[in-house]
Design a protein around this ligand. Sequence first.
Ligand code: FES
Ligand code: FES
Length: 137
Amino acid sequence: TRVPLPYTPRVLELFREPKNLGRIDDADAFAQAGSPACGDVISIYLRIRDGVIEDAKFESYGCAANIAAASVLTEIVKGKRLEEAWNIDWQQIADELGGLPPVKKHCSILAVGALRRAIRRYFGDNLPEWLPKDLTS
Ligand code: FES
Ligand code: FES
């Protein structure tokens, strides 16, 4: 039998009632990212006006930690400028969740990676100077 992972109450709550789950039709930015660690996939959709994220949604084929991380991330980025959103890191998201089990760090990294990919794709070849050119996430 498998021992249940020690998820925090916040993770379990967001797993049961995710925030911003779904897609944005005509999104200004979209990206999908997959985790090499587990094979899970997440999509991020952004509505952007004047460099500010007005709305953010996600679809996840990942685990509870990923769904909870994406919920928190999409909540946090709303109203933020793209540069601020870019600088959110996975640890910040894990902290918002009250912590993640070590084997579940990649679930937060996956959510942040998808957001960054969406932001980078939004700019295409016209990357602003705060955006690293050679990025692997
Ligand atoms: Fe894929 Fe968590 S390992 S759902
Ligand atoms: Fe894969 Fe959580 S185990 S995203």
